[in-house]
Design a protein around this ligand. Structure first.
Ligand code: ADP
Ligand code: MG
Ligand code: MG
Length: 252
């Protein structure tokens, strides 16, 4: 499997430092959760790794199998095996969901080794069944008029179809009712494989009732301040974040 290393990452938005030295390593086969109060920089971490132009990396490194991700173009990051599901996926007019998925798969394959249309449709259908996605979603324009829940399911369909080496999922659980949450968790759990590493960013513990992370990290004020196992997420659910603030002497 692949390894994603985030080393001493500092990120500014419009001249203001938001990430103040984030360190995290995700190996193939591992599920990591990043939790933390609102406004602590979780989405900034995802956006900076994705290469959003508004997020300026001022220090540190992001390496995928030793390759500098931050020097890659955005599409090169995907080709290298990174998958980033953003909190607010954008609409792409004129591109159907099915076309988008097929070209995403083929961009990671050698020329001449593109997936056949028959095989693609068969695989996509099976995954849509798992995720309880309506079949007509395949022919709709990407994210255009998708409900919040449809977007989230569709991101997991992209994840399962593209089969990246490392995925970063930002608040894949936000706005989902419990049934949709279970379906999304089922899709992510189906990805469990020695060759697949995942960073799950979430504000709420409830997603972690259905996906058991190997490691849990707490982010506060632009840094990872505490790491542990799944029991850490349970304690956060029961006690909130105040005990960590007290332990570390962090002021609001
Ligand atoms: P989280 O995902 O943990 O809730 P964010 O990464 O979204 O936190 O935000 C971290 C901080 O950066 C917040 O103070 C937020 O106001 C600020 N921020 C995030 N995105 C932008 C932006 N596009 N422009 C200005 N400030 C931003
Ligand atoms: Mg966020
Ligand atoms: Mg793979």
């Amino acid at each position: 499997g692949s390894t994603l290393e985030i080393k001493d990452l500092h990120v500014e938005i419009e001249g203001q430092e938001i990430l103040k030295g984030v360190n995290l390593t995700i190996n193939g086969g591992e599920f990591h959760a990043v939790m933390g109060p609102n406004g602590t920089g979780k989405s900034t971490l995802a956006s900076a790794i994705m290469g959003h132009p508004k997020y300026e990396v001022t220090q540190g490194e992001v390496l995928l199998d030793g390759e500098n991700v931050l020097e890659m173009e955005v599409d090169e990051r995907a080709q290298a095996g990174l998958f980033l599901a953003m909190q607010y996926p954008s609409e792409i007019s004129g591109v159907t969901n099915s076309d988008f998925l097929r070209s995403a798969i083929n961009s990671r394959r050698e020329e001449g080794d593109e997936i056949s249309l028959m095989k693609f449709i068969k695989e996509m259908d099976a995954k849509m069944d798992t995720l309880e996605i309506d079949k007509n979603m395949a022919q709709r324009y990407l994210n255009e008029g998708f409900s919040g829940g449809e977007k989230k399911r569709n991101e997991i369909l992209q994840l399962m179809t593209i089969q990246p080496d490392i995925a970063i999922l930002d608040e894949i659980d936000s706005g989902l009712d419990i049934d949709a949450l279970k379906v999304v968790a089922k899709g992510i759990n189906e990805m469990r494989d020695d060759a697949f590493g995942c960073l799950i960013i979430t504000h709420y513990q409830r997603l972690l009732d259905y996906i058991t992370p190997d490691k849990v990290h707490v982010m506060m004020q632009g840094r990872v301040v505490k790491s542990g196992g799944p029991e850490l997420a349970k304690r956060l659910e029961e006690e909130g974040y105040d005990w960590i603030k007290e332990e570390l002497g962090i002021e609001d």
